[in-house]
Every structure is written in C-alpha cells, then in structure tokens.
Write a protein that binds this ligand. Structure first.
Ligand SMILES: *[C@@H]1O[C@H](CO)[C@@H](O)[C@H](O)[C@H]1NC(C)=O
Ligand SMILES: *[C@@H]1O[C@H](CO)[C@@H](O)[C@H](O)[C@H]1NC(C)=O
Ligand SMILES: *[C@@H]1O[C@H](CO)[C@@H](O)[C@H](O)[C@H]1NC(C)=O
Ligand SMILES: *[C@@H]1O[C@H](CO)[C@@H](O)[C@H](O)[C@H]1NC(C)=O
Ligand SMILES: *[C@@H]1O[C@H](CO)[C@@H](O)[C@H](O)[C@H]1NC(C)=O
Length: 396
C-alpha cells in the first residue's frame, strides 16, 4: 500500500525540485537533462526500496549506495516534534530506572466515588488485619462522604466535580495517582468505583498485584464506531488512527506507570482537546476509555496485561453493563466470576469480532479477576456475608 504512494510522492517532489532549474537551462546541452533524469531515477529507487536492504544497491555500486543510505531518512518515519522527543525521553528514563526497594511495600486503593461508598463495610473487612500493607485514597466528586470505617477516616483527598465521559474523569484519576505517589511505599495503584467489590481476600490480591511484572490496563483494537470511529485527526501527528485503542478505565498500575501518567502533559492535552463528547458536531469520544489504552499502546505495550482485573458483565449487550441486585448475588455468581481465566473483547463494527485471550500472570495462566462491578448498594449485606465464606474457603 505504501510503496505506490511513495513513488508518487517521490516523482512529485522531484518534479517540483527540478522543474524551475530545467526551464532555466533549457538551452544547455542535453547531458544535463540526462544527468537530472539519472539522479531522479536514483532518488526514486532509493525511496522505493528500503535503504537498509536495497535492491537499488545492486544497480549502483555499493559505495554510492552507502552514501545515499546515510543521508536518506531511514524508512519514511516522520520527525518527532520537540514535545514528543522531550516526552519520550522522560518516559523511557522512568521506565528504565529500577524501582527503589521499599521495606514496606503497599498497595494504594484509590476510590473514585460521588459522595458515598456503600461498600465501605465490606472493604473494612477486606482490609482487616493487613494494616501495614495498604493505603486508601478517596476522591469524592459530589461532596464529603461520611465514613464509618477507620481505614477510610481522613483519607479524602481534595476533589473536584467529575462529569461522566469528560476529561474531569481523567483529572480525578491523575489527582488520585499524584496523592498516592506521595507515599514512597505505595508500589501498585488500584482504581475502584463506589460499585466495586472485592472477589478475593487481601493476601491473594496483594500477592497478585505486588509480584506481577505488568500493569492491568485494559486495551484492545476496535475498528468499529465505538473504537476507531471516535478518533479525530486533530490528534495528528502525535496520535495516529492505528494507535487509537479502547479499554475499560478501571486499572491497576505499577509505580513507574503511575509516574509516567502523572508526568504526561502532551498526550493528556491531546485527549482533553480532541477526545470529548460532541467532538466535531456529533462525534462522541470518551477520554476515560481511550487515553490510557492509547498511551500505553504507544509507549509501553509490553508493560501492560491488556485486560482489567475488575470484572464487568457486558453480555446483555446493552449500553450499560449488568448491575447486580441482591437477588443476583450468590456463591455461584462469585465462583463463576473467579473461575474465569480468559478475557474477552468484542468489536463494535458489524462483524462483532470476538477476541479471546488467556489471562497470563508472569507467563502462567491464572484467574483474571480480583474485583467486580457493578453492584447495587442493596447487595451489601449479602456480599458481606458471602465474603467471609468465600475468602475462608479459598476458591481455586
Ligand atoms: C538483506 O539482503 C540480503 C541479501 O539478499 C539478505 O541475506 C539479508 O538477510 C537481508 N537483510 C535484511 C535485514 O533483510
Ligand atoms: C499486550 O499487547 C501487546 C501488543 O499490543 C503485547 O506486546 C503485550 O505482550 C501484551 N501483554 C501481555 C501481558 O501479553
Ligand atoms: C454460572 O455459570 C454457569 C455455567 O456457565 C451458568 O449456567 C450459571 O447460570 C451461572 N450462574 C450465575 C449465578 O451466574
Ligand atoms: C513478565 O514475565 C513473563 C514470564 O516470565 C515474560 O514472558 C514477560 O516478558 C515479562 N514481561 C515484562 C514486561 O517484564
Ligand atoms: C457459608 O459456608 C458454610 C459452610 O460451608 C455454609 O453452611 C453456609 O451456608 C455458607 N453461607 C453462605 C451465606 O453461603
């Protein structure tokens, strides 16, 4: 696909370059024209055949080929902007710096809620007895919550209003990350909502997240209207359509990833300005579904798992995922979710292509999910009752 385009480009460029000169020397001997033609052919060949392994080199002598390979851009890759160079060098350096070993490594549980946390009692049980191995942060976007658990007292951070689907959602996530990063003991960061519940006991969650070598950031390629269809070319040149990915916002991430998200302003700004509801008239783009998947796809694809450890049930095929009522909650439901070892993504085009991948933890197959949503507040009592049961009789 690329070659004919380049060929055209090459010819066009050469015509533009050589045309004026051509006219000026019209009366000069024809050997100049011949020379220009030869150089043109040479240039075109050099463009068409990748410089590294050029068949063109067989046509001309290998030494002249080498000279050309030196000044021609290697592949038609575009030149990075100053901001991209700066951004990439910072990100690369953070990713390559080994993490400082903390004597008391903790997991930061970051709750992004409106003004109440209906499952506080359940989380209190979850945290019970593990006091030194976690920290809690609460971002309440609609008003100060009344806390009942000692683990949540004085854990509210300065918060702002969050509008669903708007950049204020990413702002809140970054605010939580920045606050949690202040504690150097925090090594892994979990984002949770008011409708999330734990599916495992604390030790299981702690070991799963603390000893993993990736961040659990959901990501897949969706060529449909709810995927690439939301992309805006205003993001060029930094974000190309092929880089645009989709995924659930509920992440867990390693400290280095939390740092690069906090340090990023280039990609954040592009998503803030060009991925929002009502973009270009009728196009709806939601930064919370695209910013992190796209960012990590471009900057550290091997560093993320490509699925979220927070389960949600989209099987009803509606605009919103299934919300569990008290009657839906049972041991069987919990067992069903915790026994899943494959993650599933479906594209939003007519093909509705289903992508199924095994959940790999440091290369070995493990259950995918540690948390689940969305649970109505009315399920609290049943979930709390079940919790002690399913965590005591540890599930497979
Ligand atoms: C370059 O071409 C040579 C000869 O055709 C081949 O042996 C070599 O593997 C090629 N190198 C690359 C990087 O493709
Ligand atoms: C996630 O996907 C990327 C490619 O998009 C891949 O390089 C990476 O290995 C995947 N992560 C895991 C843990 O398999
Ligand atoms: C659990 O999974 C089984 C087998 O897929 C299914 O038949 C059953 O309805 C599920 N139960 C619940 C409560 O989701
Ligand atoms: C994580 O561990 C697996 C298994 O050892 C390995 O294949 C993979 O490359 C590792 N990923 C990273 C980002 O270190
Ligand atoms: C909890 O487990 C016990 C023993 O396995 C069982 O008898 C009891 O019914 C369970 N409770 C719930 C709410 O499932």
């Amino acid at each position: 696909m690329k070659t004919p385009q380049l060929w055209r480009l090459g010819i066009k460029d050469l015509q533009m370059m050589s045309a004026p000169r051509h006219r000026a020397h019209l009366k000069k001997p024809t050997w100049i024209i011949v020379l220009i033609s030869l150089v043109s052919v040479f240039l075109v060949c050099a463009y068409v055949f990748p410089p590294r392994n050029t068949s063109a080199c067989y046509v001309f002598s290998s030494s002249s080929c080498k000279v050309f390979a030196d000044w021609l851009p290697p592949a038609p890759a575009r030149e990075l902007t100053d901001e991209e160079v700066a951004s990439r060098v910072v990100i690369r350096d953070i990713l390559n710096t080994p993490q400082a070993i903390s004597k008391n490594p903790k997991i930061a549980f970051m709750f992004l809620i409106p003004d109440a946390l209906p499952f506080e009692k359940l989380w209190d049980e979850f945290f019970q007895g593990h006091e030194d191995r976690f920290s809690v942060y609460v971002h309440a976007s609609k008003g100060k919550p009344v806390h009942t658990s000692r683990f949540f007292l004085d854990r509210d951070i300065r918060s702002e209003k969050v509008v669903w689907g708007r950049i204020s959602m990413i702002d809140a996530e970054r605010r939580l990350l920045a606050n949690a990063l202040k504690d150097p003991d925090n090594q892994h960061f979990v984002l949770l909502s008011d409708s999330c519940v734990p599916l495992r006991d604390f030790d299981y969650v702690y070991n799963y997240l603390m000893y993993t070598n990736v961040s659990y950031i959901d990501k897949f390629r969706d060529p449909g209207p709810h995927g690439s269809g939301r992309y805006s070319e205003h993001m060029l040149p930094e974000v190309e359509k092929k880089d645009f990915h989709k995924g659930s916002q509920w992440f867990t991430m390693k400290r280095q990833h939390a740092l690069i998200i906090t340090a990023d302003s280039l990609y954040y700004t592009l998503f803030r300005d060009f991925c929002k509801p009502g973009m270009e008239g009728d196009k709806n783009c939601y930064s919370d579904e695209h910013y992190l998947p796209t960012f990590f796809h471009m900057l550290d694809p091997a560093g993320i798992a490509n699925w979220s450890v927070t389960h949600v049930d989209w099987s009803e095929g509606k605009w919103h995922p299934k919300s569990y009522k008290a009657d839906d909650v049972s041991m069987e439901l919990v067992k069903n979710i915790t026994s899943i070892t494959e993650n599933v993504h479906m594209t939003s085009d007519e093909k509705k292509e289903i992508q199924i991948r095994p959940c790999l933890w440091n290369g070995e197959r493990r259950p995918c999910y540690l948390f689940a949503r969305k649970f109505f507040p009315e399920t609290l009592d049943r979930m709390t009752m079940l919790f002690s049961n399913y965590t005591k009789h540890s599930l497979g």
